[in-house]
Design a protein around this ligand. Sequence first.
Ligand code: DC
Length: 231
Amino acid sequence: MGNASTGAKKIIIAIDGPAGSGKSTLASLLARKYNYTNIETGAMYRALALKAIETGVPLDDEAALSALAQRSRIELLPRLEGNCVLLDGRDVTERIREQEITDAASRVSVHPAVREWMVDSQRQMGAGGGVVMEGRDIGTKVFPHAEVKIFLDAAPEVRGNRRFLQNPAAATQEKSVLEELRQRDLRDRTRANSPLVPAADAIILDSTGLNLEQVFQRAVEIIEPVIQPRA
Ligand code: DC
């Protein structure tokens, strides 16, 4: 997969899309190809949701959640296979993938005060460029001037099936995975503050009929002309 040659610009690559669209996998492959830092912003909402549950802060208490965020240290350490997530110095990488936290993260993320804190932190993390940042609002809100914006999508059935195959033991039935995904999609897409929508200038990449290699190739075709403009 070769690295970008010297002289290439260190840009911001924003990847947004719904759950199960393959954002994390694509982001980590692109980060490896370009030697960029991969930042999984969903992990930050997940880490805060975990802390809220552990400390008994209700998921609908915006002020308390925002105060909790202010006194939290959430770190994303880049690794080849994705981010290692530290919450106040503790490794919570595995724990935040559990279903209870997945659902809680979506609830925590509806609050404007929580989002404001997250967006500020994410802007600081990506300020120097050379990042692949993935989430729901990167191209619309966190970095509206990102040089590359990809909105990765896929049919719900395909996304549900991918999630099921990722962790069949965690789900009793594929149908329940799909149902959970639909509910989370609905919440993420219809919340008042920064709902999941493609930025006006995002390139929509529908991976429904594509395999991973094809999605990766398509993303590289989008990125190359921006990163290595012809003289
Ligand atoms: O990408 P993920 O599944 O780890 O995200 C978990 C939740 O966090 C998701 O339901 C919506 C929210 N989220 C968000 O609102 N904005 C982001 N930039 C990233 C995630």
